[in-house]
Design a protein around this ligand. Structure first.
Ligand code: ADP
Length: 163
């Protein structure tokens, strides 16, 4: 069975990687779908996010990275992925995720959503928190893979030197 794990991954965190490792054990193939969403004004370009995800998942053979735009269920159907993987951190994630999975199921009842509970040590880790901490010069090495740390700092250094 092929599954798709969609998200912004701006940037990929240890919380994401934990879900990726666990889902890659469950499914034959896990496609990570990076949403190319222009309305979100991301820190990293889609290509930068593809590169980072490819590097940090290079040790997992059944993981593939792609980007997509438009409706997730249409993209999942095109890929012949029967499962959408999402992660749940707290009750605050639940309402949105529940609504999205119901909507997706109404649009395509062949595609189901499977939720992975966060591992407790990453329950508070989010891409937006990582950016907030890095912007103020804080230590993000406990939240993102090692090679992502410098790339995040580089973005803010560049921002500062451009001002
Ligand atoms: P989106 O913009 O689609 O929410 P994200 O990159 O923020 O994209 O998140 C992608 C998925 O990963 C979501 O299902 C989110 O709940 C999940 N996720 C993010 N961080 C964690 C974490 N620390 N533990 C478990 N799941 C997580």
């Amino acid at each position: 069975m092929r599954a798709i794990y969609p998200g912004s991954f701006d940037p990929v965190t240890l919380g994401h990687l934990d879900i990726i490792e666990r889902a890659a054990k469950t499914f034959d193939e896990l496609v990570i779908g990076i949403l190319n969403n222009n309305s979100k004004s991301p820190l990293f370009s889609v290509q930068e996010r593809v590169n980072m995800l490819e590097e940090v998942t290079s040790y997992i053979p059944n993981v593939k990275i792609v980007c997509f735009s438009g409706l997730l269920v249409d993209f999942a159907a095109k890929l012949e992925a029967g499962i959408i993987v999402r992660g749940l951190r707290a009750v605050s994630d639940f309402e949105y995720e529940f609504q999205m999975s119901q909507t997706n199921r109404i649009m395509n009842k062949e595609i189901d959503t499977v939720f992975y509970n966060t591992s407790l040590e990453y329950a508070y880790v989010s891409s937006s928190m990582v950016k907030e901490v890095a912007m103020h010069g804080g230590d993000i090495s406990g939240f993102v893979p090692a090679l992502v740390v410098e790339r995040v700092y580089d973005k803010y250094r560049k921002d500062l030197s451009e001002k």
